[in-house]
Design a protein around this ligand. Structure first.
Ligand SMILES: [Zn+2]
Length: 88
């Protein structure tokens, strides 16, 4: 089972977290009227084999938003940091 080391709560099973998407895609400005840019932000994703930055929320714990750097080939977690509130 995958374990994520929450900076607040320590190591926890990934069942306590909710995956929330790719953390490497920059969010358009709130008042950006460009439909294509919003479409790509919401729906278009790469599916990389290798290191990937992901948003996770510790929903069954401290509820913090985290950025997890994970290798999608072997599921090894390289780092876990607090998100700066890009989604929250
Ligand atoms: Zn936590």
């Amino acid at each position: 089972m995958l374990q994520i080391k929450c900076p607040c709560c320590g190591p926890r099973d990934h069942d306590e977290f909710r995956y929330a998407g790719d953390a490497s895609v920059p969010r358009p400005a709130q008042n950006d009227p460009d439909f294509e840019r919003w479409y790509r932000y919401v729906f278009v994703r790469d599916n990389p084999a290798g290191i990937h930055r992901e948003y996770w929320q510790h929903v069954m714990g401290c509820r913090q938003w985290l950025i997890v750097e994970r290798n999608t080939v072997n599921h090894k977690i390289l780092s876990v940091n607090f998100s700066r509130g890009a989604l929250a």
